[in-house]
Design a binder for this molecule. Structure first.
Ligand code: URA
Length: 244
């Protein structure tokens, strides 16, 4: 192979990349750039501080947070739960009624289904890390936290204020794959307004980590036929994890 061949190959790859990016932009997908956020507890190679300790300190920061109104109406902040060395991270939209009471993510009916989904690819809930876009319960009526059915998706301001916590979690855990659960998580992470139906079923790049959007487990509870799409996406995740 001559230098000329190498140069031609390079040109061809560059063209393909340009085409790919143009197609992505045409589909409404923006390439998400790294945030300027610097986590307070960056892991130093020689640091004696373990990932769990770093996560614990970050969780304390979240528990103290009152930077948006959700921090004032919540009962408990829901930092996230799971293996600090997880290869797979799940990100939902925000805690609901049960999560607000227990301080743990995905512990209600949708959460029980999520546990089964994880087990379907021969993993355990303890192997993965589970968290949400926002760490406090978004309520339609924040003056009635005792009411069931009072959940709503977070708004963009709440998600933006909470984003540094999620980015820090990703930075500390360094999962190989993030599975975005449902429209809100997928649209927020990928900075797009595309529907989950169009987004799901393929991997996207998020600062070097792969993101697989899939349907929210709650949507499978009221529409059982949605489970087949989640299964397709989960098999892609399982196969991708096996490659490494
Ligand atoms: N739905 C979510 O998106 N997150 C939870 O933690 C629970 C339900």
């Amino acid at each position: 192979m001559t230098m000329n061949d190498v140069y031609n190959d390079y040109e061809e790859i560059l063209d393909l990349l340009k085409q790919y990016i143009r197609q992505e932009q045409h589909d409404g997908v923006k390439i998400v750039k790294a945030s300027s956020y610097k986590p307070e507890y960056e892991l130093q190679e020689k640091s004696p501080v373990s990932k769990s300790e770093v996560l614990e300190r970050l969780a304390e920061e979240v528990a103290q947070c009152r930077r948006c109104p959700l921090g004032k109406s919540r009962i408990k902040a829901v930092f996230g739960q799971g293996n600090p060395d997880a290869d797979l991270m799940f990100v939902g939209e925000g805690p609901g009624y049960d999560e607000d009471r227990q301080g743990l993510p995905f512990v209600g009916r949708a959460g029980q289904l999520l546990t089964k989904i994880i087990e379907a690819i021969k993993m355990r809930r303890e192997d993965v890390f589970i968290t949400n876009i926002v760490k406090c319960h978004p309520m339609k009526d924040p003056t009635s936290p005792e009411k069931r059915g009072n959940d709503r998706p977070p708004d963009d301001e709440e998600a933006g204020i909470c984003r540094p916590f999620l980015l820090a979690q990703i930075d500390i855990i360094k999962p190989k794959i993030i599975c975005a659960l449902g429209t809100y998580a997928a649209q927020t992470l990928l900075d797009t307004k595309q529907t989950i139906g169009r987004l799901r079923g393929r991997f996207y790049d998020f600062n070097g980590t792969k993101i697989m959007p899939t349907l929210h487990p709650a949507s499978c509870l009221y529409q059982a036929s949605n489970k087949k799409y989640v299964w397709v996406d989960m098999k892609m995740i399982r196969d991708e994890l096996k490659k490494r």
